[in-house]
Design a protein around this ligand. Structure first.
Ligand code: TXA
Ligand code: MG
Length: 377
């Protein structure tokens, strides 16, 4: 019954939020909007509820969930220490799209949430419906993105239903998610270095503005290793082994070893010395693919549309202007879903500069492409 449209601030909405909170407290699963993407929530203390989240998503059990809170004061009950640099990031970016990986307090959360690690990822979402739900539920809420594992994350309630209808208790509809890409996941090292485990809504430049550019590590060794292992073993469902015991030092991002956000068709990212070269190469490849009977798709930036012939691909989707990566971030996952709806079997996507939100866009595109890159020279 929570599956209804919801406009914030009306009486009806408050009752939908109250009902959703009740479902969470009773061990149910409820999807809800955040400022990044929709999440699938469960009481993070309740193992059966968390199990239902993993089952609905088809998520491997060694990939931990992010815990969502509505108040800074709730953090101390979940973790044993907050590094001063982590606190500075909290002060700067909470509520907002930043997840901090911190040493978990034992005995509070279901061990499934942390997948056996001795750390937990925590964030405070900047969305009125999410915050109202978290306050009403009055418990830590574990919430991965509310998509089937391996599908693009949902930025609309309808995406959640497309993937998970029948497997979850309900979804609160808060309209389109804001940023459109997931939170940035960071872990502050004992020496104060910020390891970026997953780029996202808070940019490297924003992190640097708080801690200094020298204190931000955008390619921590463990993440690079896992990503390489994933590329080498993209077809394996379980992926390569990694140290989950927390005994080995250094940041870990278990999610990085899985192929994510993959459209159903083949996807390649095209980059090159100039937009003209990229467009020329992509045009040739798309023509050849079309002749070979492929159903083609092209993901481009608005400025470059004129560089392609009128019917460059059967399905052409624009990520908006290159000068506004915010627009690209907001529309990326819906674009990937559109290729699926169009039945595209061969898709090319233009690369973009990895500054600001462009870094997170490229990270997701490269994952969706399973690392397939075409160099246009
Ligand atoms: O924006 C977001 O973060 C969304 C919304 C719903 O909040 N949530 C989200 O959750 O993206 P999920 O489960 O799709 O991604 C969580 C990522 C995974 O890559 C996971 O491996 C990583 O965070 N993670 C979670 N706990 C961790 C931990 N203790 N140590 C390292 N990485 C962790
Ligand atoms: Mg996800």
């Amino acid at each position: 019954a929570v599956e209804a449209s919801l406009l914030v601030q009306t009486e009806e909405d408050r009752s939908a939020i109250a009902e959703a909170a009740k479902m969470l407290r009773a061990g149910g699963t409820v999807a809800f909007p955040t400022e990044t993407v929709y999440g699938l929530g469960a009481d993070a203390r309740n193992t059966a509820a968390v199990e239902a989240v993993f089952a609905a998503k088809g998520r491997p059990s060694d990939n931990p969930l992010i815990v969502h809170i509505a108040d800074r004061s709730a953090l101390d009950g979940l973790v044993t220490a907050v590094h001063p640099t982590a606190q500075a990031l909290i002060d700067a970016f909470w509520p907002g799209p930043l997840t901090l990986v911190l040493p978990v307090r034992s005995g509070v959360l279901s061990p499934l949430v942390t997948a056996g690690l001795d750390t937990v990822g925590v964030r405070m979402p900047d969305h009125p419906v999410a915050l109202a739900l978290l306050s009403a539920a009055a418990c830590p809420v574990a919430a991965p993105s509310a998509n089937r594992s391996g599908r693009p994350s949902p930025t609309l309630a309808s995406h959640v239903l497309d993937d998970l209808a029948g497997y979850i208790g309900g979804v609160l509809d808060g309209g389109a998610a804001g940023v459109g890409l997931e939170s940035t996941v960071v872990q502050v090292q004992p020496d104060g270095m910020i390891a970026v485990l997953r780029p996202g809504g808070i940019t490297t430049e924003q992190l640097a503005s708080v801690a200094g550019a020298d204190a931000v590590d955008t390619a921590p060794a463990a993440v690079v290793e896992l990503a390489a292992a994933a590329a080498a073993d993209a077809s394996s469902a379980s992926g390569p082994e990694f140290a989950a015991g927390g005994s080995s030092p250094g940041p870990r991002a278990p999610g990085m070893k899985y192929t994510h956000y993959a459209p159903r068709g083949w996807l390649g990212v095209v980059r090159g010395a100039s937009p003209q070269r990229v467009a020329a190469e992509a045009t040739l490849l798309l023509q050849a693919a079309q002749q070979a009977g492929e159903n083609t798709g092209l993901l481009l930036f608005a400025e470059h549309k004129a560089l392609y012939p009128a019917e460059a691909a059967a399905c052409v989707v624009s990520l908006g202007s290159l000068s506004s990566p915010e627009e690209g971030a907001r529309s990326l996952y819906a674009a990937l879903r559109r290729f699926d709806e169009a039945g595209a079997t061969y898709i090319l996507a233009e690369a973009c500069p990895e500054t600001g939100l462009g870094a997170a866009i490229m990270n997701r595109l490269m994952k969706a492409a399973g690392g397939s890159v075409i160099e246009a020279g």
